[in-house]
Design a protein around this ligand. Sequence first.
Ligand code: GBE
Length: 516
Amino acid sequence: MKSLYHLMILVVLLGPVKFNECKTTDARQNTVRRFPEGFLFGTATASYQVEGAWNVDGKAENIWDHLTHTHPCDIKDCSNGDIANDSYNQYKRDVEMMRELGLDFYRFSLSWTRILPTSFVDKINEAGVNYYNNLIDEMLKYNIQPMVTLYHWDMPQKLQDLGGWNNPHIVDWYGDYARTVFELFGDRVKNWITMNEPREICYQGYGDVTMAPRLNIKGVADYMCAKNLLLAHARAYHIYNDEFRETQNGTIGITISAGFSEPASESEEDKVAAEEAALFGWGIYAQPIFSETGDFPSILKEKVAAKSAEQGFLRSRLPEFTPEEVEYVRGTSDFFGLNHYSSGYTFRNESVLGIFESPSSDDDLGAGSYVLEEWETSASSWLKVVPWGFYKLLVKIKDDYNNPPVFITENGFSTLGGLEDDGRISYYRKYLDAMLDAIAEGCDVRVYTAWSLMDNFEWMQGYTERFGLYEVDYEDPARTRTPRKSAFVYKEIVRSRALDWSYQPDTDVMTIDDGH
Ligand code: GBE
């Protein structure tokens, strides 16, 4: 709280910050821009956020079941994912919506404990496997490709009791799980994502209280998690590469969340701070995989080691990779999966000295950040509309990591509900426009995924913040899904493979145009 207060004062002191080569989109709005040949469009969800059926047909408890049941009102509206969107029973309607939108693919995640109730491979839960088989087969019937995330935050509770991502054995356990799902679904699934958002898993879940398991062991558990998670990701990649790629012929990679950190001023100090904020925020996960040298960023290693020594630790709180581990992790992603939502300014001066809890990764970084009052906001406090940040981030990924193929695996906007979601439409148009700018600049972006197909359980925010192209009625036991205005707009973008700002949808009837 104290630090937030300081930052707010700072924003006032700093006064108006110049707009950063904010490309005005006004001129653009009169032209129709086309997406490149072969570009793919989809939408995404995640198992705990939509499936429900939390204890049905043999599924075992995961950390979100556990958190929401043991501390219900840690969630904003005291809700949980017990039923969520009931997608476990309504997958046919889900696929119908994908067809309405004309999607090329759909990104969803697998629930580990639905497939492996003991967490291990000694028992495979047939009913859980059937659910995913049905969903996949229903999609393929209409030529919608599955893009499957193995881990979107629902750690088996039993493995969490053993330390979760902080237990080095997780590399074996996760690897075994990965092999099982490649065997079960890899004949039909050609796009795999090992992990969704390492930062949210490690920094928020282990270093803070904003995600399960809410460990809040700052500057220690978050770093241990980072190392083990990267090794586990690499294990899954190598298993796929060595045992499945030849026969199944798919791609496999990781999805990392990143905002863009813009220096608050031209000063060297702020520029360095912004660069380091990116390294602490997502470079810690990206560099070991995507850089030529591999390993954690050296600035990070130096800073955490120095701070640790100062604090009386006998070794760095950031665990080291052995040279063999560096090699094992390096190059283990066929694409750069990127979840991006928003951006902010970063600065460093005497005002940030000593304001962070110590030890913590925020303290190791020692930088402040803020957003501008005048930025358009969503219903989520952290999500401001900053399309130029998306552009700059994509260019940075191209420059820092030798222009990897980029899959945008999430991008979207929250409201408080309602079908007239002009804020969401405007967000999608601006961000897609910024993405097209980046592509024109040579960025190899190939895939775009809107978060989300439909409203869902928004983690600590429960059902209060809505990200869906379709609205879900949680008062209705049938969890009726209704297309929002943005669903019609996205459908037209996918159909025309172009961005036309003048398009005004007729929102009376949603049709299916896939010829079936
Ligand atoms: C993604 O995370 C998730 O993959 C998806 O499951 C989720 O539904 C979707 O975005 C929408 O949130 O109290 O302000 O510090 C931190 C996006 C804000 C990553 C920032 C929220 C990163 C999640 C909370 N985080 N963001 S606080």
